[in-house]
Design a protein around this ligand. Structure first.
Ligand code: FMN
Length: 316
């Protein structure tokens, strides 16, 4: 069995999964800017079970994104079994991830995502089923806890199963997306499963955050970064420079404009129907904080083609 995770140099820097954000274009941009591995948006195992085409389109990828992990969510082991098979055979990513961390109503409310953390038997069954239905390495994504079930309880219950990686969002379900991030619990988990890869996720918004967490918690194998990549996909390169050389260079607007254009072109290639809508949200993030941002933002969001975006950026 090929397990790309074992070949990655530590610390491993991963683009964490984000629905509506980590599409093929953004994954490629992050890989080009230092991400060691990239995750898809979460894909429903029930959709893959009943009517797979739309979801298969959602998780399609280009070679330049490799190593690439498709994340699955759901609650029915039968659906997970078929989904793991279809993804392995038709999409052929480098790994499959299982979502045990999502608190969003439409996922959690149906008993999936983080709602699975306290369900000891079902969680074991889902992980075993996915492992049995693919030759790809399996990762899981969990939270620091939900009510009485901590991440430590969860991991103790499944530690003997043959998954390779766990990404721990160091906030509890109750902490949602803004509560305190507990990196200590991530270290505790590494001690329970020393032979598996453990990544810390949550609250990494600057290169300094990333370097500090790795320094203060040396047992951790790497980081998963989500919102800290918005408009700053180069945060991965900057963290690597900061760790290896003690400093990193800021990206001036000239460099960022190049990334913006490449990103817009990739989105446009994939999503002609939704293209400008999808491009806009990234453009707004890229220009945030630059002088004259308000005026530039106004022009960019009114642009109707990638050519128009290029012209606006050329003149700015
Ligand atoms: C817009 C958005 C979409 C997300 N979608 C997913 C998802 O599909 N699967 C998942 O496991 N986590 C998802 N997350 C959670 C992130 O992967 C990450 O755990 C969380 O944002 C904390 O990391 P951060 O502080 O670096 O943003 C999402 C987060 C955001 C903000």
């Amino acid at each position: 069995m090929k397990n790309f995770w074992k070949k990655l140099k530590k610390p491993i820097l991963a683009l964490a999964p984000m629905a509506g954000i980590t599409d093929s274009a953004f994954r490629e941009i992050c890989r080009q800017n230092g991400a060691d591995v990239v995750y898809s948006e979460m894909a429903s195992v029930s959709a893959l079970f009943f009517k797979p085409q739309k979801t298969l389109d959602l998780v399609r990828f280009r070679k330049k994104e490799r190593p690439y992990v498709v994340q699955l969510f759901g609650k029915d082991p039968t659906h997970f079994a078929k989904a793991a098979k279809i993804i392995t055979e038709k999409v052929k990513p480098d790994g499959i991830d299982i979502n045990f961390g999502c608190p969003a109503k439409k996922v959690f409310g149906h008993g999936s995502g983080c709602a699975l953390m306290p369900q000891k038997e079902l969680a074991r069954q889902i992980i075993s089923t996915v492992c049995d239905n693919t030759h790809l390495p399996i990762s899981i994504k969990i939270r620091a806890g939900l009510r009485d079930t901590t991440a430590v309880h969860f991991i103790e219950n499944i530690k003997d199963l043959p998954f390779s990686v766990v990404m721990v969002h160091g906030r509890t379900y109750e902490g949602s997306f803004s509560g305190k991030v507990d990196y200590e619990i991530v270290e505790k988990i590494k001690k329970i499963i020393p032979d598996k890869i453990v990544l810390a996720n949550g609250g990494i918004f600057t290169p300094e955050d990333g370097a500090r967490i790795l320094k203060e918690h040396p047992a951790i194998d790497g980081l998963g970064i989500a919102r800290g990549t918005w408009g700053k996909p180069f945060i991965f390169d900057q963290i690597k420079k900061l760790i290896s050389k003690g400093k990193y260079s800021e990206y001036d607007f000239k460099k960022i404009k190049k990334i913006m254009i490449k990103h817009a072109e990739l989105i446009w290639k994939d999503k002609k129907d939704l293209g400008m809508f999808e491009i806009r949200k990234h453009l707004v993030w890229y220009v945030k904080g630059f002088s004259g941002a308000a005026e530039l933002r106004r022009k960019l969001v009114e642009a109707k083609s990638v050519e128009e975006i290029k012209n606006i950026l050329k003149d700015s």
